[in-house]
Design a protein around this ligand. Structure first.
Ligand code: ADP
Ligand code: SF4
Length: 692
C-alpha cells in the first residue's frame, strides 16, 4: 500500500555515496548492552528494525583496537579477524530485510579506561582519563597516530568483509579520539595536530580520507559529528567552530550524521527536553554547507514532524535511536497509514540505563526489545494460544493493560476490570507530575488497541473483591493490582519504622499524586533514589512549599546517573531553591521538626518541617491474592486453574518491569515448565575461538 500523500516524501529513496537508502528512516548507531558479548541477540534485535522498515540500521560503536577497551561496557569490537563472523551475523540479519547495514567504528581515546587490556589510555596530551579514576591517559606521539590510522583502515576493510554498507568515522559524545583532537580544551598540542582549527581537524580529515580510500566505492563513509556541546564558550558551538568544521570537510564524507555532545545532551529525556526535534536549533545549519545528505535526531515519533524537517530542508534522513527502540516497526506503520499504532517513545532513558548498567537493552514501551533472540519475542507478532480459555485481568495499570492486550492478541477472550474510572494506573498518576507527561503514552497506546480489540471487554470503575473473582470463575486470573507507597519510612536505608508523633503531617507519593497538598516547610525524604523523589520535590516547590530533599545518598535521585539525568536533576532542584541534604537518614517526625542522622557518623541534626513526604518503598496490593491463596478449595470449586500476581503486585519496580511482566505473563500462559525454562535460559555469548 502506498503511503498517504502527506507522508510520501518520507518514503523517497536517498543516495548515500555508493549505496541507496530505500526511504528516509535511519536508525542511527545506538548502544544496546549486547555488543561483542551477545552477537546473536544483537543480530536479531537489529534485524527486527530492518524488518520494520528502517532503510538503514546501524550497530553500536565497534572498538577498532585494544587501546580502545571500554569494558565493562558491552560494545562491539573489530580488533581483528576473529570479530568478523559475529559482525557478519549482524550485517546479514539487517540485509535479510532489505536494509543497509552501518557500523560505527570507534576509538574511544581517553574515554576508555582500558580496564581489561591494562594499557594506558590514549589522548592528545597527558591528562586524567574520562573514566576509571585515577587512571591517566598518555600523550599520543606520531607513531601512535600512525597505528590509529592503520587500525581504522583495517577496521574499514574488515567491516566491508563482514558485509557493512556504511562505515563511520565518529567524533561525538565526548567519547572518541577524533573529537578529543578537535576540542581545544583537550588538545594543547604544538605539532601538526594541535593549535589552529585546521590542525585540530587534521586527524578527522585523515580518517575520512583513509576510509574513502579503503572503501573505494564498496561502502559509504559516514561522519558522525557532534556540532554543539551545550557548554557555551567552554566547548564546541554550533554557531562557532562547528560551522567551520562542516565547511572545511563539506563533501568529504558521503553522509553527515549530526547531533549534540555529550551523550546526556544527545539523549535528553522528555523531562528536560520535551519537544520533538529538540536538536534542530543546533543541527539545522549543516545542510547549507554540504551537498551530501544529512541525518539528525530529536526523538521523532510523529510523521508530520518528520515531514516538516524534510520539507524545510533541515534534514534529508530522519534519524532515530530511541523511537526505533520503542517501535521497530515505526516506518512500516507510517507507510501503511497506521501512525496511531506507533508505540511512541516516552523519553525515559530506561534503554540508556540498561546499557550503562552493562546489561541487554530494555524499553518501557516495547517489552520485546532485547528479547528478540533470548526469548524469541517479536514486537508485532505473538503466537496464538493453544486454547481459547477466558481470562480475567484485575487492574488496568501498565502490567494489566499489556497483559490483557497480548492475551487478546493470542486469541483469549479477556475481561479487564479496573477499580478507577481511568485506565492507566501508575502511568497516569505519575504523568500528572512535572516532566512526566509522556508516561501517559504507556497507557494510551494500550488502551487504544484494547478498546478496538474484539477479544477484549473493559470494565472501568469495577473494584473486584475475592468474592467477585470466585463468583466469575474465569479459568485464568491475573492480578495486576499494583502497589502502594509505605507510610512508615521503611526502605533501603532502614528496616524499622520512623518514629512519627501523633498528628504529624506525613504524606506518601500516592497522596501527592492523588492531589493532596502539604503546605509550608516540607521535607521530601528520598530513600528510593529513582526519579520520583526529585520530581515530587519539584512539584511541591512549584505548588508553593519550601522544600528540603533529604536523602541517604550523595545526591538527589542518585540512580538517575544511569539515565544520564542526575546532573540535570541536581541543577534544576538547586536552581529552584530546593535545599538538598545528602548522606542523611530521617529518624523521627514530630510535626514541628524532623530528626536526621548522618549515614556515616550517625551525627544528629534537625530540620524544621510542617510536613514530610516519605518516598521510600512500596508494598504490593495483595489483598486479592492473599484471600484467594487462603482459599484453595473455593478457588478450585470456582473452576479457576491459575491465579498469578503480575507487575507491581508481584514485585514493585519500574514501569518497564511492569509492562515486561504483563507481556511475559501473556506469552507464557499455557506454557509448560520446560518451555518456561527455555525462555529464561537461552544464553548467547562468543563461542570458543571467538566465532559467533
Ligand atoms: P502496575 O504498574 O503493576 O500495572 P499500577 O499501580 O500502575 O500497577 O496499576 C494497578 C491498577 O490496579 C490500578 O489502576 C488500580 O486502580 C487497579 N486495582 C487495584 N486493585 C484493584 C481491584 N481489586 N480491582 C480492580 N482494579 C484494581
Ligand atoms: Fe524511549 Fe524509554 Fe523506550 Fe528508551 S526506554 S526507547 S526512552 S520509551
Amino acid at each position: 500500500m502506498p503511503p498517504a500523500p502527506q507522508h510520501a516524501v518520507l518514503f523517497e529513496p536517498v543516495r548515500i555515496g555508493p549505496v541507496v537508502a530505500r526511504n528516509r528512516f535511519y536508525q542511527v548507531p545506538h548502544c544496546a548492552g549486547m555488543g561483542h558479548a551477545a552477537p546473536r541477540e544483537n543480530a536479531a534485535m537489529r534485524g527486527v528494525k530492518a524488518e520494520g522498515g528502517w532503510a538503514v540500521v546501524s550497530t553500536e560503536e565497534a572498538e577498532i583496537h585494544p587501546t580502545s577497551d571500554i569494558s565493562p561496557s558491552r560494545e562491539l569490537r573489530i580488533w581483528d579477524e576473529h570479530d568478523v563472523p559475529a559482525l557478519r551475523l549482524i550485517a546479514d540479519s539487517i540485509h535479510a530485510h532489505g536494509a543497509l547495514a552501518a557500523i560505527e567504528l570507534v576509538h574511544n581515546g581517553f574515554h576508555a579506561a582500558n580496564r581489561n587490556t591494562r594499557v594506558p589510555p590514549l589522548a592528545p596530551g597527558h591528562m586524567a582519563a574520562l573514566q576509571g579514576a585515577p587512571t591517566q591517559a598518555r600523550r599520543m606521539d606520531g607513531a601512535d597516530i600512525d597505528v590509529l590510522r592503520r587500525s581504522h583502515k583495517a577496521a574499514v576493510e574488515r567491516a566491508i568483509a563482514a558485509g557493512f554498507d556504511i562505515v563511520y568515522v565518529y567524533a561525538g559524545h565526548q567519547m572518541t579520539l577524533p573529537q578529543h583532537f578537535l576540542l581545544e580544551r583537550y588538545n594543547q598540542r604544538t605539532d601538526a595536530y594541535g593549535g589552529c582549527l585546521e590542525n585540530r581537524v587534521r586527524l578527522i580529515r585523515e580518517l575520512l580520507e583513509d576510509a574513502r580510500e579503503v572503501a573505494d566505492g564498496r561502502a559509504a563513509v559516514a561522519f558522525r559529528f557532534a556540532v554543539d556541546e551545550l557548554l557555551g564558550d567552554d566547548g564546541l558551538r554550533s554557531d562557532g567552530e562547528a560551522r567551520d568544521v562542516v565547511g572545511m570537510l563539506s563533501d568529504l564524507p558521503d553522509l553527515w550524521d549530526v547531533n549534540l555532545s555529550d551523550w546526556a545532551n544527545d539523549s535528553q529525556t522528555a523531562r528536560f527536553a520535551p519537544d520533538e526535534g529538540f536538536q534542530e536549533p543546533y543541527t539545522a545549519f549543516v545542510k547549507a554547507l554540504t551537498d551530501k545528505p544529512v541525518v539528525g535526531v530529536g526523538r521523532f515519533t510523529s510523521p508530520d514532524a518528520m515531514v516538516s524537517r524534510i520539507k524545510r530542508g533541515v534534514l534529508d534522513l530522519i534519524g532515530a535511536a530511541r523511537p526505533s527502540i520503542a517501535d521497530p516497526f515505526l516506518p512500516d506503520k507510517v507507510r501503511d497509514g497506521r501512525s496511531e499504532a506507533i508505540r511512541e517513545c516516552i523519553g525515559c532513558n530506561v534503554c540508556v540505563a540498561s546499557d550503562n548498567a552493562n546489561v541487554r537493552i530494555r524499553c518501557t514501551q516495547n517489552p520485546t526489545m532485547g528479547e528478540e533472540w533470548r526469548r524469541g519475542w517479536h514486537p508485532e507478532r505473538i503466537p496464538p494460544a493453544a486454547s481459547e480459555a477466558p481470562v480475567l485481568v484485575a487492574g488496568g495499570g501498565p502490567a494489566g493493560l499489556e497483559c490483557a492486550l497480548q492475551l487478546a492478541e493470542r486469541g483469549h477472550p479477556v475481561t479487564l476490570a479496573e477499580a478507577e474510572k481511568r485506565l492507566g494506573g501508575r502511568a497516569l498518576r505519575e504523568a500528572s507530575l512535572p516532566g512526566l507527561g509522556t508516561w501517559a503514552r504507556v497507557a494510551a497506546h494500550r488502551v487504544h488497541h484494547l478498546r478496538a480489540h474484539p477479544n477484549a471487554a473493559i470494565y472501568p470503575e469495577s473494584p473486584l473483591t475475592a468474592g467477585d473473582v470466585l463468583a466469575f470463575g474465569f479459568p485464568h486470573v491475573f492480578l495486576a493490582t499494583g502497589a502502594r507507597w509505605r507510610r512508615d519510612g521503611v526502605g533501603a536505608s532502614q528496616r524499622t519504622a520512623i518514629a512519627v508523633s501523633a498528628g504529624a503531617a506525613v504524606f506518601t507519593p500516592d497522596d501527592i499524586m492523588a492531589g493532596d497538598h502539604p503546605a509550608g516547610e516540607v521535607v521530601v525524604y528520598d530513600d528510593d533514589h529513582g526519579y520520583l523523589g526529585g520530581v515530587i520535590a519539584e512539584h511541591l516547590h512549584r505548588a508553593g512549599c519550601r522544600v528540603t530533599l533529604v536523602t541517604p545518598a550523595a545526591e538527589a535521585s542518585v540512580e538517575l546517573h544511569l539515565t544520564l539525568e542526575h546532573h540535570r536533576v541536581q541543577a534544576r532542584l538547586l536552581q529552584l531553591g530546593v535545599d538538598i541534604r545528602p548522606h542523611r537518614r530521617l529518624t523521627a517526625i514530630d510535626g514541628v521538626t524532623t530528626a536526621l542522622a548522618c549515614v556515616h557518623t550517625d551525627r544528629r541534626d534537625e530540620l524544621r518541617c510542617d510536613a514530610a513526604v516519605l518516598v521510600t518503598e512500596r508494598v504490593p496490593a495483595s489483598v486479592l491474592l492473599d484471600r484467594l491463596t487462603a482459599e484453595p478449595d473455593a478457588v478450585e470449586r470456582a473452576g479457576i486453574a491459575t491465579v498469578r500476581a503480575i507487575g507491581d503486585a508481584e514485585a514493585p519496580g519500574s514501569l518497564a518491569a511492569a509492562v515486561h511482566s504483563g507481556h511475559l505473563a501473556a506469552r507464557t500462559l499455557g506454557a509448560d515448565a520446560a518451555d518456561m525454562a527455555d525462555a529464561l535460559h537461552r544464553r548467547d555469548g562468543p563461542s570458543v575461538g571467538g566465532e559467533a
